[in-house]
Design a protein around this ligand. Structure first.
Ligand code: 4AD
Ligand code: MG
Length: 435
């Protein structure tokens, strides 16, 4: 069987070349040999396949050289694609030649168990494992699903700045940087700018990294995380929740359909995800407080929920829960107070099931000029920095709403992970900026 003109094929697609000789360019994840046969587990980023190396086919020299290769050696392998029922991907490669690009020695991540710190220190290498592949592919699918859904519902993507002169989500979690003669902050949210572009385009979204200097060392917090933020003109608080639940239902069902293999690698119980269908539960903050009290949690009206409280609330339902009408005093300056009850806002947090906590924050925005000016003052925010934002209430103000979905928390939930650190290639955490 000749390797001349054998096409370079990604492992994921070898099935399209059954019976042919193909070329695989990748890395050696494992090597076993017994006598005159070697088994090379090859990966190329798209999948994994076992290459069978027989001394009789490739000759003494290639056989000996291949047998000595270390884990993660890079190579090009040529082989015939043979259907094999026992193989996880359904095929095996009968090798006819191997060209070593680099023989890697002493790869630190071995098939034995490693501690989390060790793996995080070697995150740049850990990304090569099956589990990390599954998670990051699901992340990409969630992201693409969101983009497709928004595009199909007439939202225009308008990117917002990362270097900003003012705070969106409170001044306590700002990352500050020098900006020539003045100061700038890394964006905590693109929302304020989205409100400007929503007045220009009606329905918009931004999808990018956001930054919070949160002194929280929890399984849900990162310092740098990705958020998708749709903003909708002429949309009230109730309609805003409908957009959220429909988008999320679409994304969850799409991941189940298109990433079944990855969910299996992660041993995710998918029956829980199959139940994610709109409409989601709507629970007022008042009732959430009652629910906590009934479950024996001492919680006073007026406080904000901690992660544990969110878990208790969410566990009382089989679908995600919108907790709405939080006390005005604990929410951001831009949230619209309920006209019938100004002590609460027309905002909602969406809590994911299974203890994953808040994945979306959103609501209706203050659209009245005088009220917005008053709220900025109450929050001790510098009026000059918000002058442009206030302008939006001066020229054609309309009821409008929007929301922000945290990508990493969503990935963590859909993948069934213990911690958000694995949901992004290089997590930025309270005590980790390396690698
Ligand atoms: O609830 P938040 O703070 O809402 C906003 O930023 C609004 N301006 C969004 C909007 O209405 N356009 O954050 C939204 C979501 C949270 O529900 C959570 O999923 C995620 O962002 N998030 C974090 N994810 C990881 N690490 C952190 N430190 C996060 N902080 C918020
Ligand atoms: Mg929030």
């Amino acid at each position: 069987m000749s390797k001349d003109n054998a096409p370079w094929v990604r492992i994921e697609k070898v099935g399209q070349h059954a019976g042919e000789v193909v070329q695989i360019r990748g890395w050696l994840s494992r090597m076993r040999s017994s006598g005159k046969i070697g088994f090379l587990q090859l990966r190329d980023g798209s999948g994994s396949i076992q290459g069978v190396l027989a001394k009789a086919d490739v000759g003494e020299e290639i056989f000996a050289k291949s047998k000595g290769l270390g884990q993660e050696s890079s190579l090009i392998a040529w082989g015939k694609v043979n259907p094999d029922e026992r193989a996880p991907g359904g095929y095996e490669l009968h090798l006819v030649d191997v060209q070593v690009i680099q023989n890697a020695e002493g790869y630190p991540i071995t098939p034995k168990e490693h501690g989390t710190d060790f793996l995080m220190d070697h995150r740049h290498l850990w990304l090569r494992s099956n589990r990390q592949h599954a998670i990051l592919r699901i992340r990409a699918e969630i992201m693409k699903g969101i983009l497709d859904w928004l595009d199909d519902h007439d939202f225009l993507r308008v990117d917002t700045p990362i270097l900003t002169p003012s705070a969106c989500e409170g001044t306590t979690t700002l990352f500050e940087t020098e900006y020539f003669e003045s100061k700038a902050y890394l964006a905590q949210s693109g929302q304020l700018y989205n409100e400007a572009t929503a007045m220009a385009f009606g329905r918009v979204y931004t999808f990018g990294p956001t930054f919070r200097a949160e002194k929280s060392k929890t399984r849900r917090h990162l310092m740098e995380f990705w958020m998708v933020e749709p903003e909708i003109a002429f949309c009230d608080f109730e309609e805003n929740m409908v957009f959220q639940e429909q988008m999320l239902e679409y994304v969850v069902q799409r991941v189940l359909e298109r990433r079944a293999r990855e969910l299996k690698v992660l041993e995710r119980d998918t029956s829980k995800l199959e139940q994610i269908k709109a409409p989601f539960v709507r629970l007022s903050y008042d009732d959430a407080v009652k629910l906590l009290n009934e479950k024996g949690v001492e919680f006073q009206w007026g406080g904000d929920f901690g992660g544990g409280d969110e878990t208790i609330i969410a566990e009382s339902f089989d679908r995600p829960v919108f907790v709405h009408r939080f006390p005005t005093a604990i929410k951001a300056f831009y949230m619209k107070p309920d006209p019938d009850r100004p002590e609460v806002v027309l905002g909602a947090d969406l809590l994911a099931p299974e203890g994953y906590g808040e994945i979306i924050g959103g609501g209706q925005r203050v659209d009245d000029l005088a009220l917005l000016e008053a709220r900025i003052k109450e929050h001790n925010l510098p009026p000059e920095a918000y002058a442009w934002y206030v302008d939006l209430r001066r020229y054609g103000s309309v009821p409008h709403s929007g929301f922000g979905l945290g990508l990493e928390r969503t990935v963590s939930w859909l993948c069934g992970l213990e911690h958000v650190r694995e949901t992004i290639a290089f997590p930025r955490m309270l005590s980790r900026l390396y690698p």
